[in-house]
Design a protein around this ligand. Structure first.
Ligand code: FEO
Length: 388
């Protein structure tokens, strides 16, 4: 395990988590990386660490360049364990290293670890660090992703160490965006945004505003996945679109069904959308992971959710998804509730309530008893979608 030199004296010393499949509930089929960076100047700086089980991998990469006891500064851009978990193991090996972090970063690190004897310095917006020929400037970006989150910028080389922002859960031995197909990277960047960053639209806009003030950004060195050097403008543009909740004229039809009747309504909605020339994507909530569903929500204008009624409730798969959706706070969407039921039919009203709770405007709901009759279903679906 060796460091990978990104530019002269600037190294990636992170770890690759090939086996990660669950990142706090998000299905990470393609694993992830925890990116840490070592900058060798008159003073030596380490930016972030890795998840605790990967400490030895990071240490081996650092040790391929320097003795860790030479590190003068450790920048902690984010307290979450995937970036700070190895810090308590590294700190005893770096006796002179000062921890540079945000105000909330210091509080967070002290709340996570025994920091006795650690020397902290708080970095604020505009704080600078000279390490010899290099100057780092610091940009706290609270809530991208936690209150402590911070980015830092290596001015002379134009490298923005962006931490969680612009990342992707993508395990790869390649380090740069021009070494993999861009479409593969963008799919993962979009899924990552939809499942992690979506609720934080205002903080993201603020972070983009601050990033826009930086001169000559040549690399965005994220804390997960690949480093952007060729497609910087594209990922910044995407973040602007996602933070503005821009969608396509596309419908997402989501359902779970006991005896296929709710599925029949889902298919009828799809058929009517097709007649109207509106693209749609249909997903069973019983068969698809909620994090994959969110990757479709991110660009869909219409969110149509259906469930059978069981024991006066919606099906648990639908309830689980709606709870997840509510927390991720998509905006500027139009909702529709649908379902088939036997005698009480509460699921449709419950779904409608949930979708309204995420500030969606609602189309008329579609509800039918038992097995939908073709003509009745057609009429109801036409009525529900007539305004589109
Ligand atoms: Fe990659 Fe918020 O941690």
């Amino acid at each position: 395990m060796k460091a990978i030199e990104l530019k002269k004296g600037i190294y990636w010393v992170g770890a690759i988590d090939w086996d990660l499949k669950n990142f706090h509930g998000y299905l990470t089929r393609r694993g992830s990386t925890y990116n840490a960076y070592l900058i060798v100047d008159e003073k030596i700086t380490l930016i972030d660490t890795v998840k605790a089980p990967f400490f030895e991998e990071m240490l081996a990469r650092i040790s391929s360049v320097i003795n860790p006891n030479q590190i003068d500064y450790i920048v902690s851009n984010h307290v979450e364990f995937d970036h700070s978990g190895a810090l308590p193991f590294l700190k005893p090996l770096t006796p002179k290293a000062k921890i540079l972090t945000s105000f909330n970063g210091e509080k967070g690190l002290k709340a996570h670890f025994d920091t006795t004897g650690w020397d902290f310095e708080i970095m604020k917006l505009g704080s600078q660090l000279k390490t010899g020929k290099y100057t780092f400037s610091f940009v706290p970006v609270p809530m991208v992703h936690w209150p402590d989150s911070m980015m830092c910028f290596l001015e002379e080389e134009g490298i923005l160490f962006s931490n969680d922002a612009f990342g992707q859960h993508l395990a790869t031995s390649q380090r740069f965006d021009d070494e993999l197909p861009l479409s593969d990277i963008m799919v993962e960047a979009e899924k990552y945004y939809a499942n992690i960053v979506l609720p934080f639209d205002m903080p993201v806009k603020k972070a983009l505003e601050e990033a826009g003030k930086l001169n000559n950004v040549t690399m965005i060195a994220t804390s997960h996945g690949i480093i952007w050097r060729k497609n910087i403008a594209k990922i910044l543009e995407k973040y602007q679109q996602w933070a503005n909740h821009e969608t396509q004229d596309k419908a997402l039809i989501l359902y779970d069904s006991m005896w296929e009747s709710t599925k029949t309504i889902a298919l009828a909605l799809g058929s009517q959308l097709e007649k109207k020339g509106i693209p749609y994507h249909l997903m069973s909530l019983g068969q698809n992971h909620i994090s994959d569903v969110m990757a479709e929500v991110i660009n869909a204008k219409y969110i149509m959710v259906g469930s059978s009624t069981v024991n006066n409730q919606m099906l648990p798969t639908v309830a689980s998804f709606l709870t997840y959706l509510k927390g991720l706070k998509p905006k500027k969407r139009i909702g529709l509730a649908f379902g088939s039921y036997g005698w009480s039919g509460e699921s449709i009203a419950h779904i409608e309530e949930f979708l309204k709770g995420t500030n969606m405007e609602m189309l008329p709901s579609v509800s039918l008893t038992y097995v939908p009759k073709k003509e009745e279903l057609k009429k109801l679906v036409e009525k529900a979608l007539e305004s589109l």
